[in-house]
Design a protein around this ligand. Sequence first.
Ligand code: 3SL
Length: 241
Amino acid sequence: MPSIDVCFSPELLRLYDLKGKAVVAVDILRATSTMVTAFAHGAADIYPVMQLDECLAFSEKGCLTAAERDGIKAEGFDLGNSPFSYMVPELKGRTIAITTTNGTRAIRLSEAAEEIVIGAFLNLETVAQHLQELGLDVIVVCAGWKGMFNLEDTLYAGALTERLQEQFTFENDATLAALHLYQTAKADLVTYLQQSSHVRRLQRLGIQRDIEFCLQHDVFEVLPVWKKDKLVDLKANPTLV
Ligand code: 3SL
């Protein structure tokens, strides 16, 4: 039986051997939720990059550029990191380059894995089904906040573990803790997260509807996966599987 493990921060990745494994990269608020939403609204592919200047350079190749730092859209970019700004017809068929404070970093630091899947509550079941078919050991890499633990990514790891618990083993405390937290919180994630640091940070910026949107389960059947140097939606491109 394959196993599922949880890495609470990209800073802890040096403790994990990603070779031959599937990583599920997650930044619930908001990077991976936004990427899933972008694909659900017709984005062709997404380049997640770490640096602002690297991201801006993609505009010369005809890409839309997106950037967020500390919750705020960076100046000079087409888009920020709110999922609602990706629900527009102009996105259809476009390539997006995006850099965010933590989410894009978690993705790029996972490149040693056999496969990187982009996880969000919004596409929870689609990811769970894909991991069952894949049959590889799984590591959920939580983006956290600037190297620190966060609750919302951990809750996602617990939700994924709950969906996979019959088909995957989990003996480590990280996975158990994530599962127990999720089972405590799942009846009302919005209320449970009211005191969490990033929810309070986003609320200080006047962002509430993004929080509620990103905590919804199974809204989109989208499967963003890292292929060579970018993310593509395997549901829209089944020949790439
Ligand atoms: O840290 C990140 O990558 C972002 O998702 C943070 S924010 O939700 O846009 O503030």
